[in-house]
Write a protein that binds this ligand. Structure first.
Ligand code: ASP
Length: 357
């Protein structure tokens, strides 16, 4: 009897060990993802779930993670509150701090990817900035939401879930910085905010989304155009600020003296949000000529949301000393110009940069 008991006990222990060893080997080691929170509507709160008014940046990152069911089953998560603002108040200082922190974290073997929660108003600018200065192939994913956390059908929790899925996926390496919203993955190079309030606001009208993510199921379609992250030559090493670059919005009968004012105020660069193909009225063009003669670098972008600005279209760039933004909208052209002007560059060098990035 004693022997039988001992044998069955041994069998039970062996079975237990087998089960737990299968369980252990089947429990894939989870990736380590750091969520850097900056505020925005995803962290916003309002008094009622059906009113449109709310304040951005009210909810902390820990509360946001806790609001997402099953998110901790995908990854080991750690949150850091970098800022808590509406992204209309995003600044160069936060960009520099964010970059340093991301580069620091991704340089360690323990961190597999980064998610950044961010307001949508300037999300494409932050994404594009990071795309140029993050020095790693590991995934960096920005997300946000159009509806505050207190709203009926708030989409922030699913966006955060999907962003963590993309940052955790082994397939996500080498795509540069990405924006994940509304089940789509966009490259920082291609993404633009196209609508004021609808949840499908982020689109990549020229290159399309680079992938999709449906309840955490990640699929990539293609790589984005342009140098990014580890292939980018730009760095924030040693930088405390960036050169001033202003945006001039062209329109019928535009007040060209605003361009002269920008030069007087110390702008090192000016981006023209041009009409049509980066165009502007004759008096603005003359003001641009004065600016470029004074050594200020001028990039022609367009206020039209989709399409590239042609080099030497209606405007002869060589004659006016201007550069085409290629397909970057004015706000993203400004980001690239600010970084490009951290070094002395000729007009030709700048044009090459706008083609390559
Ligand atoms: N103003 C908000 C922000 O950019 C809008 C949003 O997040 O959707 O922070």
């Amino acid at each position: 009897m004693k022997t039988i008991l001992t044998q069955s006990r041994k069998t039970a222990i062996a079975l237990l060990l087998l089960v737990s060893s299968i369980g252990f080997s089947q429990t894939k080691k989870l990736p380590n993802i750091v969520i850097l929170a900056t505020g925005g509507t995803i962290a916003g709160a309002g008094a009622s779930s059906t009113e449109s008014s709310y304040t951005s940046g009210k909810v902390t990152i820990d509360a946001m993670i806790d609001a997402v069911p099953n998110i901790r089953k995908m990854a080991n998560l750690r949150g850091e509150q970098v800022a808590n603002v509406g992204s209309q108040d995003m600044s160069v200082k936060v960009w520099l701090d964010l970059t340093k922190r991301i580069n620091e974290l991704l340089a360690t073997a323990e961190v597999d990817g980064i998610v950044i929660t961010h307001g949508t108003d300037t999300q494409e600018e932050t994404a594009f900035f990071l795309n140029l200065v993050v020095k790693s192939d590991k995934p960096v994913v920005l997300t946000g939401s159009m509806r505050p956390s207190t709203a009926l059908s708030a989409e922030g929790p699913l966006n955060l879930y999907n962003a963590v899925a993309v940052a955790s996926s082994p397939d996500s390496k080498g795509y540069g910085v990405m924006v994940v919203m509304n089940d789509e993955i966009h490259s920082a190079h291609g993404v633009k905010k196209m609508m004021t309030t609808p949840v499908q606001t982020f689109q990549s009208p020229e290159e399309g989304p680079i992938g999709s993510v449906i309840f955490g199921q990640v699929t990539f379609f293609h790589k984005s155009y342009g140098k990014n992250t580890s292939s980018s030559a730009f760095t924030v090493e040693g930088l405390k600020e960036l050169p001033r670059v202003d945006i001039f919005y062209a329109c019928a009968d535009a007040s060209a003296d605003l361009i002269d004012y920008m030069v007087k105020a110390g702008a090192k660069g000016i981006v023209i949000a041009g009409v049509g193909d980066g165009n502007m009225n004759a008096s603005s063009l003359e003001a641009v000529k004065r600016a470029t003669k004074a050594g200020v670098k001028v990039v022609r972008a367009s206020r039209v949301p989709v399409g590239a600005v042609l080099i030497k279209g209606e405007i002869n760039d060589e004659e006016y000393g201007t550069v085409s933004s290629d397909e970057h909208n004015p706000q993203k052209a400004r980001v690239l110009l600010m970084l490009a002007l951290t070094k002395e560059r000729s007009r030709a060098d700048l044009q090459q940069i706008f083609i390559e990035y």
